[in-house]
Design a protein around this ligand. Structure first.
Ligand code: ASP
Length: 309
């Protein structure tokens, strides 16, 4: 079983053209099939999570890898994490600017260093030494995200009253995956450009283990998307795992409790998660207007959903 998200936010039927919707659906289906092909052949959940996220990182539709949003000063600073529920090993990178696939750098940190998290220049040096693909920062430039930044900068100058709804231009688009392999092992991964107009050096929840990404065979695998500052402070991914482990809630109950009760009560704490347990039960709750999401099971048929209903 593999479950994916492609970001939560202001995603409504009204705001989406038929052509755009088709593109998102195709991209998510492709990522689901890529991951499932690995699981079907007996590959690990870590392999499947990395491979499906790479597909979405390479697709400019999503706010991860190519297509990442811009910082206030016009750069792309990427964050990613991966966690192996069997070994409880984890790896993450933050604020990287030249690594084509940050999720693979996170995996390298997990498997080839003695650390969990590496940032900026050090993470980039390490990824280079590990033979990962390095690109010029301009690789991440896309017109759509550049325009979104320009719009945000304009909005910032307007009086408060005329500001659009908080995330009108964010549109989010972070990507994440959780998988369960044939041996019953869980894994989770998340990759993002963060939020449009973020300050230099700002790091979100995605690369923080326990906030945006978490996996343990003793509970669940979780990947989050949304307003990262809240997901960090509410330790969202681990909170869901803890509710499953210590309170015996189902994955659906636990994920709903955190997303649709706890966070819903907090102004600004918008977003969602995908969560999966070792029996293959999963949940995909979100408290925003929409969330790109999908799942694929042993029958190999991809399912994609975007809107609330
Ligand atoms: N959670 C991400 C961050 O705050 C953004 C997102 O998921 O849209 O960096």
């Amino acid at each position: 079983m593999l479950v994916l998200h492609g970001g939560a936010g202001t995603i409504t039927r009204k705001s989406m053209t038929a052509e755009a919707e088709k593109q998102y659906r195709e991209a998510l289906e492709q990522a689901l099939k890529t991951g499932q092909a690995i699981l079907r052949k007996g590959g690990t959940s870590v392999d499947a999570v990395e491979a499906s996220i790479r597909v979405l990182e390479d697709n400019p539709l999503f706010n991860a890898g190519k297509g990442a949003v811009f910082t206030h000063d016009g750069k792309n600073e990427l964050d990613a994490a991966i966690m192996d529920g069997k070994t409880m090993k984890a790896g993450s990178v933050a604020g990287v600017t030249i690594i084509r696939n940050p999720i693979s750098a996170a995996r390298a940190v997990m498997e080839k260093s003695k650390h969990v998290m590496m940032i900026g220049r050090g993470a980039e040096l390490f990824a280079t030494k590990m033979g990962l693909e390095i690109v010029d920062p301009s690789y991440f430039w896309t017109e759509r995200r550049w325009k979104a930044l320009q719009q945000e900068l304009l909005d910032e100058q307007k009086p408060q009253a005329s500001l659009p709804a908080a995330d009108d231009h964010h549109k989010y688009g972070t990507v994440g995956a959780v998988a369960l392999d044939r041996d019953g092992n869980l894994a989770a991964g998340t990759s993002t450009g963060g939020i449009t107009n973020k300050m230099y050096g700002r790091v979100g929840d995605a690369p923080i283990i326990g906030a945006g990404t978490y996996a343990s065979n003793e509970s669940v695998a979780v990947s989050a998307t949304g307003a990262g500052e809240y997901f960090i402070r509410w330790t969202v991914a681990y909170d869901i795992a803890a509710l499953v482990k210590y309170r015996g809630l189902s994955v659906q109950q636990a994920a709903d409790e955190v997303i649709n009760k706890k966070l819903k009560a907090v102004p600004g704490a918008e977003g969602g998660v995908i969560a999966l347990d070792r029996q293959g039960n999963f949940a995909m709750p979100f408290n925003s207007e929409g969330m790109y999401r999908g799942w694929i099971g042993a029958d190999g048929v991809p399912h994609v959903e975007i809107y609330k209903d």
